[in-house]
Structure formats: C-alpha cells, structure tokens
Design a protein around this ligand. Structure first.
Ligand code: CP
Length: 315
C-alpha cells in the first residue's frame, strides 16, 4: 500500500506538525476569499455518514478555493444502503482516481483503521466520540489569533465531555501546547479521570467559568445518550449552562467558544451566542482556513517540502 499522509487524529500529530498546520491555516485566514490552483485537476470526496453543516460545507469551500474537483457523497443514496462497507466505498473511489476522502463516521477509530488499508489520503471529519481533529485545529487557531499564544492559557471545556469528540481531540492538543485544560460539567457526562493526560483537571463549574481565559461550551449530545439524564433543557441550563449571570462572572478578557451546532437556551443563553466575548462565528470562518491547510498537508505528504512552503501561495 502506498505510504500516504493522513489526518486521522490530533493524537497522531507532533507538536511541530500542529504548529505548522496552524501557521499555514493562519496564512489562509489572512486571505479570505482567495482562490488558488494547488489542487487543480485533483479529485476530493466528502463522505459524511453522520449529519454535518459546518464541517461538510467548510471542507467543500476549502476544496473549491484550492481548485479541486469536489465529489459529495450522500450516504442514504449510496450503495452503502445495499450493504457495501466504508472500506469498499473508499476503494471504489480510489479506483476512479480520487486522491483524498474526508470522512465523518459514528464509529470510533474507523478512519485510523482504514488509513493503513487504502491508497488515497484520509481526513477524519469526526469519528464517533473519539476525535474531531480539524475542529480542534480551528479552535486552536482562534485562540492563538485572540491571545497571540496558546501556551499559558487556561481553557475550560464545559458540558457533555464524555460524548465529545472535540474534547477528545483537545485532550491531545492543549496540554502538549502548554495550556491548562479544565473540564467541568454534570458528573454523568464527565470522562474517566484516570485516563486524563497530565495538565488536565476536572473542576467545579464556578471555578471553570470564573478563572478561564477561554470558556468553551459543549452541546449535550442527546443522540449519543442511552438514557434521559435531565428532566428538561431548562433544568440543564440552570444547573450547567452558560447563563447571563455566570457569563458576567467571567474574567474581563475571557472569550466564549463553542464548536456548534449550538442549542440556544440549553448549554448557552441565546443572547451570548453573538455577544461581544463570543468567538463562535470566528471559529466557523477559521474552519475554512484550517481545512485548506489540512488538504495541502495530506497532499504534500507533510515533510520538508510542506514545512518550507508554509508562507507561500503554492504549498
Ligand atoms: N462543529 C461541527 O462539527 O459541526 P457540524 O456537525 O455542523 O459539522
């Protein structure tokens, strides 16, 4: 099997690779709307087996800005409904000359598992409750743009940590980049603390909100719960949501982030979504820049040629 470069998870990236991806993404973030022909004549397929708005469309925008031919795959209209596996679907695309497949799946670890078996480059667009590496990178880029650094920041991730692939990726990024990571939320939705890396700790909600530089709220992922944990969304909001009163106790320079989709009035008060400290729209914009960088990275194969072109138009 050809030795391709994939992006299967943040866990598999070195700190240097993360920093290079952020540098390249910042290059594109500073050039909104610019198109290039780096991927001209090359085919990229978006295979989403779970719903998505931000990730799917920002990959498509990124692919088109790099000049790629884009193939969008509707799982419900594909031969997977006739029993074809994801592996056979990818091999079929590979046989047609597709060079990159962007995959969202509900199966933890599937993208990594497939990466050693296929000849095209794979990008993980979210796998179950495992990882969401491009969301993590766009969050990191947004923090870096806001504070000029990631090292030394105190980042609080609040809510349904147990089912969050975004938190899953940040566990492997923020501590390695020198940030302090605080986790807070309902006990039933917290991860097993014995598995947390060094630099990560669980705290009470009040400490998370009042001491963090970044307050990142997470949606309650009801679709991944096997039982009802809260009497109502109002009960959750009062107990664990970012209410107006709690937001007023954030540090003066602290910012609000959220990977979205947002459930207004549940994990976050509706008025805070577009309030001054909120970087939620900025995160979405940065999603395009990050995905342009990731597409270039996998097609370049990482390595020295990639490292040497991070500040040039044709990378
Ligand atoms: N943040 C995120 O992954 O959103 P989508 O599910 O809309 O892609």
């Amino acid at each position: 099997m050809e030795n391709r470069t994939h992006l299967t998870g943040i866990k598999e990236l070195t700190v240097e690779q993360i920093e290079q991806l952020l540098m390249r993404a910042d290059y594109w973030a500073n050039r909104p709307g610019e198109f290039t022909g780096t991927l001209a004549g090359r085919f990229v397929a978006n295979l989403f087996f779970e719903p998505s708005t931000r990730t799917r469309f920002s990959f498509e925008v990124a692919e088109k800005r790099l000049g790629a031919h884009v193939l969008n795959f509707a799982a419900e209209a594909s031969s997977t409904t006739k029993g074809e596996t994801v592996y056979d679907t990818i091999k079929t695309l590979e046989a047609m000359g597709v060079e990159v497949a962007v995959i969202r799946t509900r199966h933890n670890g599937l993208v990594r598992h497939l990466a050693s078996q296929v000849g095209l480059a794979l990008i993980n667009a979210g796998d179950g409750t495992n990882e969401h590496p491009t969301q993590c990178l766009l969050d990191l880029l947004t923090m870096k743009q806001q504070f000029g650094r990631i090292s030394g920041l105190k980042v609080a991730i609040i809510g349904d940590i147990r089912h969050s692939r975004v938190a899953g990726s940040h566990l492997h990024a923020l501590p390695r980049l020198g940030a302090e990571l605080l986790l807070a939320g309902p006990p039933e939705l917290m991860p097993d603390i014995s598995t947390l890396p060094h630099g990560v700790k669980t705290v009470e909600l009040e400490e998370a909100i009042t001491t963090a530089d970044v307050v990142m709220m997470l949606r309650v992922q009801l679709e991944r719960h096997d039982r009802t944990l809260f009497a109502s969304t109002d009960v959750y909001h009062a107990a664990y949501g970012l209410t107006l009163e709690r937001a007023a106790r954030m540090k003066p320079e602290a910012v609000i982030m959220h990977p979205a989709p947002v459930n207004r009035g549940v994990e976050i008060h509706s008025d805070l979504v577009e309030a001054k400290p909120s970087l939620i729209a900025k995160q979405v914009s940065n999603g395009v820049a990050v995905r342009m960088a990731v597409l270039e990275y996998v097609l370049h194969g990482g390595g020295t040629t990639w490292a040497s072109c991070l500040q040039t138009a044709a990378c």
